[in-house]
Design a binder for this molecule. Structure first.
Ligand code: NAG
Length: 243
C-alpha cells in the first residue's frame, strides 16, 4: 500500500513537471503600426511559431520547452508582392513568407537573446544592438524569483543614426540603424584582427551612440557584461516592441 502511494505521488510529480516546464513569450506590439516578429531557435525544442503578424495593441504568445536558446526580433515595413513573396524593410529573414522557418534576421535589427534553463534554473537574456537597431523593445520576466528584472531599450537610435549607418524607408525616413561593424566593417568596430580581446576593443564613438540611447543593451561585441540579465524560478517573459 505504501509503495502504491509512492508510485502515485511520483507519477503526479513527474506529470506536474511536464505540465509546468513550458516557457511562454508574450509578444506585444505597442507600436502604432503592424510588426511581424520573427524567432530563431539556436538550441533546444522548436517554437510554436517562427514568424507572425501583430497588429498595434495586440499580443501573441509563443511557447517552447526548456532547455531552449534563441532570439526574437521584429520585422517592419513588410508587404507581399504580386508573386506572393513576403518581404520586409527591416529584420527580413529571407524566407519569402511570414514564418522564418529557421532563418535569422538580416541585420540591422534589435535582437532579444534568451537562454532558458530547464527546471526553473538560471535563465539568461539580453537586448543586443551589436548588429544594429530597428525598434525600441523591452523584456519583462513574468513570475520567477525576486532577482528577475526587466531590461528595456527605450531610446530611438533611428532618430540619432549617423547618415553612413542609416537604412532609409521608401518615404526617406530612417527605419533602422546599422552598427558600425555592420556598416563600416572595420576591425576596431567589429572587435576582430588586432582588436579581438575585450581589453583591445573599447567603446567607439559609434557604439556610444547606441549605448546612450539604450544603456542596458549590448552596443558592441565586447560591451560590458552588465548587459546580460538573469532570472531563476521558471519565469515566462513579456516582450514589448515600442515599450
Ligand atoms: C567617429 O570617428 C571616426 C574616426 O575618428 C570618424 O571618421 C567619424 O566621422 C566619427 N563618427 C561620428 C559619428 O562621430
Amino acid at each position: 500500500m505504501a509503495i502504491q502511494i509512492h508510485l502515485f505521488t511520483l507519477s503526479f510529480i513527474l506529470f506536474s513537471f511536464s505540465e509546468v516546464y513550458t516557457v511562454e513569450f508574450a509578444v506585444q506590439n505597442n507600436c502604432k503600426f503592424p510588426i511581424w516578429p520573427g524567432a530563431l531557435t539556436g538550441a533546444g525544442s522548436q517554437l510554436s511559431t517562427t514568424g507572425f503578424e501583430i497588429l498595434p495593441g495586440s499580443t501573441l504568445t509563443v511557447t517552447t520547452s526548456p532547455p531552449w536558446s534563441g532570439r526574437f526580433w521584429a520585422r517592419t515595413h513588410c508587404s507581399t508582392d504580386a508573386t506572393g513573396k513576403f518581404s520586409c524593410g527591416t529584420g527580413d529573414c529571407g524566407s519569402g513568407q511570414v514564418t522564418c522557418d529557421g532563418a535569422g534576421a538580416i541585420p540591422p535589427a534589435s535582437l532579444l537573446e534568451f537562454t532558458i534553463a530547464p527546471n526553473g534554473g538560471r535563465d539568461f537574456f539580453d537586448i543586443s544592438l551589436v548588429d544594429g537597431f530597428n525598434l525600441p523593445v523591452s523584456v519583462t520576466p513574468i513570475g520567477g524569483s525576486s532577482e528577475c528584472k526587466s531590461v528595456i531599450c527605450a531610446g530611438n537610435v533611428n532618430g540619432v543614426c549617423p547618415p553612413e549607418l542609416a537604412v532609409k524607408g521608401q518615404g526617406g525616413g530612417v527605419i533602422a540603424c546599422k552598427s558600425a561593424c555592420l556598416g563600416l566593417n572595420r576591425p576596431e568596430y567589429c572587435c576582430s584582427g588586432g582588436y579581438d580581446q575585450p581589453q583591445t576593443c573599447p567603446p567607439t564613438n559609434y557604439s556610444k551612440i547606441f549605448k546612450n540611447e539604450c544603456p542596458d543593451a549590448y552596443s558592441y561585441a565586447y560591451d560590458d557584461k552588465t548587459s546580460t540579465f538573469t532570472c531563476t524560478g521558471g519565469a515566462n517573459y513579456g516582450i514589448t516592441f515600442c515599450p
